[in-house]
Design a protein around this ligand. Structure first.
Ligand code: 5GP
Ligand code: ZN
Length: 114
């Protein structure tokens, strides 16, 4: 997807502070962190949202959670705790139409979200 911001980050056309990469997944720091630790974990395949999950790509989507746990461990936040969030669609506040898992940590996080 030529016009997609996160596809451009995958292609290194836009810089990002990358913390993890494998063949199917990329994780990088959010440019406007909402907590001391705030990472975005994305599939390299362009899926717009969770609505695009299918038998063809579900392994890559499941891998987002596995990578979240790995990044949490590497960043030293696995034991204190972290939150994984997907904003899916307009009412959830999704701004970037490339599926991404937010990984937030580093302070007590309130519940419920707004
Ligand atoms: P959404 O609201 O779609 O769930 O989250 C999009 C996230 O992408 C926001 O938290 C926003 O701060 C982050 N973001 C937007 N543009 C950029 C960018 O160019 N680089 C990085 N690293 N994060 C971005
Ligand atoms: Zn994309």
């Amino acid at each position: 997807m030529d016009s997609c911001l996160f596809c451009k980050i995958i292609q290194r056309a836009i810089p990002a502070d990358i913390v993890y990469e494998d063949n199917a997944t990329l994780a990088f720091k959010d440019i406007r962190p909402q907590a001391p630790h705030h990472y975005l974990i994305i599939p390299k395949a362009h899926l717009k949202s969770l609505n695009d999950i299918s038998a063809d790509n579900r392994a890559g989507v499941a891998q987002l959670l596995e990578v979240a746990a790995r990044v949490a461990s590497e960043q030293g936040i696995a034991e204190t705790g972290y939150r994984c969030v997907v904003n899916n669609g307009r009412h959830a506040g999704q701004e970037v139409d490339h599926l991404h898992l937010h990984l937030l940590a580093g302070r007590p996080l309130t519940w419920p979200p707004g």
